[in-house]
Design a protein around this ligand. Structure first.
Ligand SMILES: [Zn+2]
Length: 110
């Protein structure tokens, strides 16, 4: 059983939350640790989840995070992941996601 780590560079802490971007809606959602890795999602430790900043014009939605939840099952997050996949079918959005990649290079689009 492996412990998932925070995806921020150099951060050794265990992930307690998953950040998901919904590019089409300029929205970032922080919620409980996702049960599986999804495109546009990043595992974060509590500190990085708290300190997250997003580009101007983006919204951050913070969902309830239960640190005691060992085996999360989150239908809402799966639904969100589906929405992200839908967004990924937009060629423009997909290209944008590919070129931006990780957390530190996310910038607002003109
Ligand atoms: Zn971290």
């Amino acid at each position: 059983m492996s412990v998932r780590r925070c995806t921020r560079a150099g951060c050794p802490r265990a992930a307690t939350a998953t950040l998901t971007y919904v590019y089409a809606d300029q929205m970032a959602v922080i919620g409980p640790l996702a049960s599986s890795a999804e495109p546009h999602s990043y595992d974060l430790c509590g500190e990085h989840a708290t300190r997250l900043s997003v580009p101007q014009g983006w919204n951050v939605i913070r969902r309830e995070i239960d640190p005691a939840a060992a085996a999360p099952s989150h239908d809402d997050l799966l639904a969100l992941a589906d929405a992200v996949r839908e967004a990924g079918r937009d060629p423009r959005t997909a290209a944008d996601a590919e070129t931006t990649g990780g957390l530190r290079v996310v910038r607002p689009r003109d």
